[in-house]
Design a protein around this ligand. Structure first.
Ligand code: SAM
Length: 205
């Protein structure tokens, strides 16, 4: 998976490649899908949600430019796979999920895997996690119409945020860096994510 899908597409960060080699992706999907867990595509995880394609996980993680001491916020725990990858690289990962069944199963998995540097929360992550802010990095794994202002406000100086932004079906992956005199925004290319549903995302159908 790492050689053919991720290194071949130009992801070079050694910490990201090592984390993707280490985290057992098959544990984050249902037994019926285990044989497909390392394929070059997203997979359903129930509740009409998905675990992202391995390459997208790698690209977004690399774009966060993480170091060992970083505190990271993830919006959209889903299966828990992205959080487990982040937890291999960063100091602590805070992750929020709005669907209770997914939140509970990811939390159980983190306990079983002894990923004690992941802190979970059930609720609307579009507003961030103010009490734990500021964060060195923030990753949004669901598509929003715009980068939520509250998330930018919760970035530390020099902090990086990566999020899919745009329409309900296709988005642009953007990186926002908080600099001394404002923010710098870089486009990283097109992508397709499920919707960020919440106060600073899309309204519930
Ligand atoms: N990072 C996940 C993984 O590794 O499996 C994939 C996430 S999936 C593409 C998007 C997730 O975002 C879904 O589980 C969805 O319920 C969640 N989500 C959508 N809006 C949210 C919100 N406002 N707060 C928290 N989670 C949200």
């Amino acid at each position: 998976m790492v050689r053919q899908q991720i290194e071949a597409r130009g992801v070079r960060d050694p910490a990201v490649l090592a984390a993707l080699r280490k985290v057992p992706r098959h544990l984050f999907v249902s037994e019926a899908l285990r044989e497909q867990a390392y394929g070059d595509f997203p997979l359903p995880i129930g509740e009409q949600q998905t675990i992202s394609q391995p390459y997208i996980v790698a690209e977004m993680t690399q774009a966060l430019a993480l170091t060992r001491n970083d505190r990271v916020l993830e919006i959209g725990t889903g299966s828990g796979y992205q959080a487990a990858v982040l937890a291999e690289i960063a100091y602590r990962v805070f992750t929020i999920e709005r669907i209770r069944a997914l939140y509970l199963s990811a939390r159980r998995l983190f306990d079983e895997m002894r990923l004690y540097n992941i802190v979970t929360r059930y609720g609307d992550g579009s507003k961030g996690w103010e009490e734990e802010s500021p964060f060195d990095a923030i990753i949004v794994t669901a598509g929003a119409p715009e980068v939520p202002e509250s998330l930018i406000a919760q970035l530390a100086p020099g902090g990086r945020l990566v999020a899919p932004v745009g329409g309900q079906h296709t988005q642009e992956l953007v990186r926002v860096t908080k600099e001394a005199h404002g923010i710098r925004r870089t486009d990283l290319g097109g992508c397709r994510f499920v919707k960020l549903v919440g106060e600073q995302g899309w309204k519930e159908a």
